[in-house]
Design a protein around this ligand. Structure first.
Ligand code: SAH
Ligand code: F3S
Length: 479
């Protein structure tokens, strides 16, 4: 039996791939261990979206090469986006590495490990499965969690000029809708009540099987129309016990009327969207090849809010992109203020290999990037603070996920608007996977404190009922 440890860097898709790496290795008679020091095979599942992630890999491999001097039988695998991007360059520059494997070649890993451990030479496998895309699923086990990520597509066709993802994850390939629905059905049987649909441009989805009925409000002549709303409707119809469907990350241009209507009509759709914008300056958006203007983004959000009053919007922003002036950056601040984003991931621009922007001059000094990022975060904190304070006294529907990390006497979960809500003195075991109504009593910096309403308290199942036997939510969302 081979003992293996997987270390993950990066985004939710990588977390997800690590689950699948673990599954593939466990099926091939491997045993997962927590501590890499106990492992025969160490897999580093890497990220390359910013240079910082690359530095992390280098320092980790540096550490492992010391370990390998003591234990020459140790096998080191580099997987994920860095593997795809750098291929055999990794073997050349990091001699401690034995195997380099891309995201689409995960199933081949046990065989490659066996070859290397029998004395074979180091290997590189980084081939996209363009002709016959594979979507591996980790086994569905009841682990007590109420939320799960579900892959709907891989790759990206957008080619935003700064972004390495199209080169590390390849072109868009969509998972058949029946597979997506089946996985959600199985997850819900184990107690999951909220799924997050995952994809690089998740709302460009099209069913390769052509099984979905067109969604209401879909306009086939619009080049930005997709079948994402139809997929959401199919999931909602076929999995009635599911309480929430979230998704990351949509591209603004595919936020079409059919998707807005799904948000409005379906009770499983929460009142929040994460909608990356990257910049508020049209000049920058053009250089970034985002394929929409500032005005179009603002207009889409306005129409979404008309459709779903009170919906909250969070975003991703890059500061210090090539040629960004103070004036451009001010436009980003003014866009965030105007839209009133209640959550924001901000990044300093980092030049990536193979991307169109690497030919542009990365001319904003590091100190200016840092200062802009700080100003952006200060604005974001202010907007979030205002938003959270405004919710005191209101009632929110919270999907309970488990005990609060900071205070085990409290339960924690997320509201429809995606705020993190801690619920005072609540017996979380009884409530995990339920939507409960909570009155907000206090704002924290990034979250809220709430208390169960009397009605919600009265509806709590009696303690004699096993949580796994409870099928129905305490309250339907948006009821
Ligand atoms: N569509 C993907 C985006 C992947 S990258 C998703 O589903 O999340 C995540 C975020 O990283 C982007 O939205 C962007 O804000 C940021 N980013 C991407 N490339 C970058 C770069 N070269 N430098 C700095 N930030 C970058
Ligand atoms: Fe990257 Fe733009 Fe696609 S940010 S993942 S190229 S939508």
């Amino acid at each position: 039996m081979t003992r293996f440890a997987v270390t993950t860097f990066g985004c939710q898709m990588n977390e997800h791939d690590s689950d699948r790496l673990t599954t593939v290795l466990a099926r091939a008679n491997g045993e997962a261990v927590q501590d890499p020091a106990d492992a025969d095979v160490i897999v580093l599942n890497t990220c390359s979206v910013r240079e910082k992630a690359e530095h992390k890999l280098r320092s980790e491999v540096g550490r492992l090469s010391l370990l390998k001097r003591q234990r020459p039988d140790l096998t080191v695998v580099v997987a994920g986006c860095m593997a795809q991007q750098e291929g055999d360059k990794i073997l050349k520059s990091m001699p401690a590495v034995d195997i380099v494997i891309g995201p689409d070649n995960i199933v081949e890993l046990p065989e490659l490990i066996a070859q290397v451990r029998l004395g074979g030479p180091p290997v590189v496998r980084t081939v996209f499965d363009v002709d016959a895309p594979q979507f591996l699923t980790a086994p569905v086990v009841a682990d007590g969690r109420a939320t799960a990520y579900i892959t709907t597509m891989k790759g990206c066709n957008e080619r935003c000029s700064f972004c390495v993802v199209p080169y590390t994850r390849g072109p868009e390939r969509y998972r058949p809708s029946d597979q997506i629905v089946d996985e959600i059905v199985r997850r819900v049987e184990t107690g999951v009540r909220e799924v997050t649909l995952l994809g690089q441009t998740v709302n460009s989805y099209r069913d390769p099987l052509g099984l979905l009925s067109p969604a209401p409000n879909a306009s086939p002549d619009d080049p930005d129309e997709s079948e994402f709303a139809a997929l959401i409707r199919a999931i909602a119809a076929r999995v009635p016990d599911l309480l929430r469907i979230r998704y990351v990350s949509p591209h603004p241009r595919h936020l079409t009327p059919s998707l807005m209507l799904a948000h409005r009509e379906l009770s499983v759709m929460p009142r929040h969207v994460h909608l990356p914008v990257q910049s508020g300056s049209n000049r920058m958006l053009k250089r970034m090849i985002r394929r929409h203007t500032r005005e179009e983004y603002i207009d889409r959000v306005a129409r979404l809010r008309q459709s779903v009053p009170g919906i909250t919007v969070s975003t991703d922003i890059i500061v210090g992109f090539c040629g960004e002036t103070d004036e451009d950056f001010e436009q980003t601040l003014s866009l965030v203020e105007e839209v009133g984003h209640t959550g924001l991931f901000g990044f300093k621009y980092s030049v990536r290999p193979n991307t169109p922007a690497r030919k542009m001059d990365d001319d904003v000094p590091e100190s200016v990037k840092s200062e802009r990022l700080q100003r952006l975060f200060a604005l974001s904190e202010r907007l979030l603070g205002q938003h959270l304070r405004g919710l005191v006294g209101s009632r929110q529907k919270v999907l309970v996920e488990g005990p609060s990390k900071t205070n085990p006497n409290n339960a924690t979960g997320r509201s429809e608007h995606n705020e993190i809500v801690h619920i005072e003195r609540a017996e979380h075991v009884e409530m995990v996977g339920s939507i409960v109504e909570v009155e907000i009593v206090e704002p924290f910096k990034h979250s809220l404190l709430g208390r169960l309403t009397q009605e919600a308290e009265a509806r709590l199942p009696r303690r004699s009922v096993e949580p796994s036997r409870r099928k129905l939510p305490l309250l339907g969302p948006k009821s």
